[in-house]
Each structure stands twice: as C-alpha cells, then as structure tokens.
Design a binder for this molecule. Structure first.
Ligand code: BES
Ligand code: MN
Ligand code: ZN
Length: 482
C-alpha cells in the first residue's frame, strides 16, 4: 500500500478516514457536514474511540454519499488505529483512503500510516483462484494536512515496516521454497541494495572451522546448510558491533527423534529467529541507523535420513566442547552454539542477542503473549525489556542458574543437548550460555510462542507476526546510536 501526503483531500479518494481519540467522536471535530449525525450514530454503535476500534458509515456531501470510517486511537494507540484502517478497508472495494491528519502530531500521523502498512501485509503468492472481491482493493492512503515532520518520521517507520514484512515473508514461505541457500539469496536481494554486506559460509568452510554441532543437524538433509552474516556498519569506525544471532532451521522434522505428524507443518517457521534477524537488519540498514550491527543466521534443515545423526552421537562443537546428542529434535541449540561461538570469535562483540523458536515448553509457560528472555546481564535484560514494552514485542525474563545448568551434565561428554522435561526452556538457555565467552553480555529470546499467530492482531493478520524486528530496532535506536 502506497502512503502519500497532501494538503487537500484527493479527488479520487473513495473513503474518508477520521481518527478519534478516547471518549468518542465529537461532532464538531469530525470536519464533515453531517458531523452531528455521524457522531451520534457512532455513539449508538458503542464506538468509544478505543485504540483499534472502528465505525463505518456513510454521510452526504454535495448530494452524494461519501464513505466514512472512524478509527479509534485511544490514548496512544495510533498504530492500532492505522491497523484498523487496513483491517476494515483492505478488501472492502475502497481503493484510496484519505486520512484526516490535521490536528495530529507528526509522530501520531506517521504512526497511523505505520499501522496501516503493517496490517496490510499479506502473502498471495500461491493463491491462484482468488475471486476479485477477495483481492486487496485498497492501494493508497493519503495523509491530508499532516504537520511538518510527518514525512521524515514516516520514512523511518516505513523502513521498519519493510523489515517486518520481510520477516513475515521468510517465515510464511514453505520449506520447499525457503531453505538455507534460498534464504541467503532472498536476503542478498533485499539487503545488498541497503548497504549490507553478506558473508556466507558453506558446509566445507564450516567443516574446516569445526562447526560439527551445526553440521550434525544438517547431515540428514539434501539441502546444504549455510551460515549467513549480515554486516551493517553505520556507526563509528572501530566501535564494537552489536551482534544478533538467529536460529534458522528451515524445517524441523525432529530428525531421527521424529516429531508426530499432527501440526508438523508448523515447523516451516522454525527459522523465525533467523527471519527476525534478517528483518531487523533490513529495518536498521533501511533507516540508516548510526550503529554497527551484525546479524547472523544459522541455516539448516533437520531431516531424518540414512545419513542423519543418531541419538547418542557425540559431536565436538567449534568451541571444543563436546555434546552428547540425546534428542535430535533439540537441534536449535546445536545450531546456535556454533553460530554463537563463531560470532564471538569473528566480531568480538560486547553485546550478543540470540533469537530462536527454541522450545515448545515456552508455549506452556508464556503462551502467545510474550517471549521468554534469559540473560547473564541485568543491564542488557532491562534494555530489552524496555524495548519490548515500547515496541509492542513484549518480553518476560526467566531465570538462569547453576542448578539448572547441572541438569545438562552427561556421563560421556561435556554436556547433553537436553535436560529433563521440567524447566525445558531454561535448560535450553543454560545450554547456550555454555558457549558465551567471559565478559560478553548475552541475552537469549525464546520466541517459540510469538513467531506465528493463529488469530489477527491490531497490526497483523493471523500468520507470521514479524516478532522481534521492532524489538531489535528499538533496542538499537534507544541504546546504541550516538
Ligand atoms: N522447534 C522446536 C520448538 C518448537 C516447538 C517451536 C513448537 C515452536 C513450536 C524445537 O526444535 C524442538 O523440537 N524442541 C524440543 C526440545 C526437546 C526435545 C528437549 C521441544 O520443545 O519439544
Ligand atoms: Mn526440534
Ligand atoms: Zn526446532
């Protein structure tokens, strides 16, 4: 959807959108001839201007009917109000919406456009039989009378929305389309034009480096694995980069510890961590952030096969630590441990944050409301928690500790890759912490419950959410730029 700016209402606009704050519509403030009637109708339909609420009607203007949509902004829900525009109008037949943006601040006006763009995303690539009335009709939103500064703010939010859209695309694509090599090529096409440098390791290169934990997962697949680094150096020369690392299991069958068939198709989104990292890098580079940021994606497919690794196999990770692979379905941590080690060796970061759809246990503890946060540093945990609140990608911190760590001790190797059933998300985090170097501030985000949604939200239709993009962008914007 195209976002435009204008001083006057465009001639061809076929719907008039009016933002309304908490308390409901005020007849005089609607700016239309029949304001009193529309405000009364909205009130009787229980429209109170709550964030994301909407009321649709028609009013008369110069002898003809004009379609009117009131959207609630609540106290500070301008993105949600924007989301309501797309939710209500995207396939409504309306083509061009005109938003009454005078009376808003630049920030508020831009947030409405942002929400509208976020909520308008959908993937129709494989729908060949859509009826005309099912196809999106709305292709433009014009902000009329927005104050100075709105366009600048929009440029920034537009880049972030692009990042969210890229993550949703990667996460939504099926695993026969997005696998390690094709993930890299999509990332290249998207990010090279933004000034991001790609560094790609193939399997022989990873073998030389001793990444046997990651490669062990990849062994059962016909699709070769990749380690992808996205380098964006928008900050000061010589300043240590912030490093993001994402789990990119492009499909997780469980391997020889095969998953049950019911719902296995969901495991196409087991690359949601890597998808979030790629989207965040798109956002950060797209808005020309003044920071040095590296995004690393550990990309493999976890398949059962004659060549696949077996339960009980012992692998030596790049760090030299050995791992007894008790369960080949606990593969994310095997991918991440080598990616994390390589990231620290290669980029010497002070801060490292990994994102992964790591454990089903995360859905049991936090459901689909917040992602789990684990960290060895209170300062970083606080920064992330704060970014989670302001970005709308919320996090809840869970504990780490020696007693949990001990649950990973193995009778034959340095550690096993799974602990007991209880505290499954915590022991997974403990496993990763064993690969964090002394002095590095690290956080792990288990986004298993957040990468995909079975129901619509204010700014996303059901499906891939793009969780993590706005969070990581905020983390950088609020703490690491200038
Ligand atoms: N990708 C899964 C975790 C997952 C499950 C994410 C459901 C989203 C929804 C992960 O690789 C996995 O299989 N984890 C196992 C670990 C267990 C074997 C210790 C799990 O959670 O069951
Ligand atoms: Mn698994
Ligand atoms: Zn997995």
């Amino acid at each position: 959807m195209d976002i435009r700016f204008s001083a006057d209402r465009p001639q061809d606009a076929d719907v008039l959108v009016i933002p309304v704050g908490e308390g409901g519509a005020d007849a005089g403030a609607l700016g239309i001839a029949q304001g009193a009637m529309v405000a009364g109708a909205a009130k009787s339909a229980r429209f109170e201007g709550k964030a994301g609420q909407s009321f649709s009607t028609f009013a008369e203007e110069d002898g003809s009917a004009v379609r009117v949509l009131l959207v609630g902004t609540g106290k500070d829900g301008f993105d949600k109000a924007g989301g309501a525009i797309s939710a209500q109008l995207l396939t409504s037949g309306a083509k061009h919406a005109s938003l009454k943006a005078d009376g808003l601040s630049a920030e508020q006006a831009a947030e409405i456009a942002y929400g509208a763009k976020l909520r308008s995303w959908r993937i129709d690539t494989y729908r060949t039989q859509l009826k005309d009335h099912e196809k999106p009709s709305l292709n433009a939103l014009t902000l009329v009378g927005a104050p100075d500064g709105t366009e600048d703010r929009w440029t920034r939010l537009d880049a972030i929305a692009e990042g969210v859209a890229f993550t949703r695309e990667l996460v939504s694509e099926p695993a026969n389309i997005i696998y390690p090599e094709s993930f890299v090529e999509r990332a290249r096409a998207k990010m090279e034009p933004l000034g991001v440098t790609l560094r790609v390791l193939d399997e022989p290169e990873m073998e030389k480096l001793g990444m046997n934990a990651l490669l062990g997962v990849s062994m059962g697949s016909e699709k070769p694995g990749r380690l992808l680094a996205l380098e964006y150096m928008g900050g000061k020369d010589g300043e240590k980069p912030i490093v993001f690392v994402g789990k990119g299991v492009t499909f997780d069958t469980g391997g020889i510890s095969l998953k049950a068939p019911q719902g296995m198709e969901d495991m196409k989104w087991d690359m949601g961590g890597a998808g979030a990292v790629a989207g965040a890098m798109t956002a950060i580079a797209g808005r020309k952030a003044k920071a040095n940021v590296i995004g690393i994606c550990g990309l493999v497919e976890n398949m059962p096969d004659g060549k696949a690794q077996r339960p009980g196999d012992v692998v030596t990770s790049m760090s030299g630590q050995t791992i007894e692979v008790i369960n080949t379905d606990a593969e994310g941590r095997l991918v991440l441990c080598d990616a994390l080690h390589w990231a620290q060796e290669t980029y010497d970061p002070e801060y490292i944050v990994d994102l992964a759809t790591l454990t089903g246990a995360m859905l049991i503890s936090l459901g689909h409301e917040q992602a789990g946060l684990f960290s060895n540093d209170d300062g970083l945990a606080d920064k992330l928690t704060a970014a989670g609140k302001t970005s709308g990608d919320p996090l809840w911190r869970l504990p780490l500790g020696k007693a949990y760590d001990k649950l990973l001790d193995s009778p034959i190797a340095d550690m096993k890759n799974v602990g007991p059933r209880s505290a499954g998300s915590i022991t997974a985090a403990q496993f990763l912490q064993r690969f964090i170097h002394d002095g590095v501030k690290w956080a792990h985000l288990d986004i298993a419950g957040m990468a995909w949604a079975d129901k619509d939200s204010a700014t996303a239709a059901k499906g891939a959410t793009g969780f993590g993009v706005r969070l990581l962008d905020r983390l950088i914007a609020d703490n690491f730029e200038g």
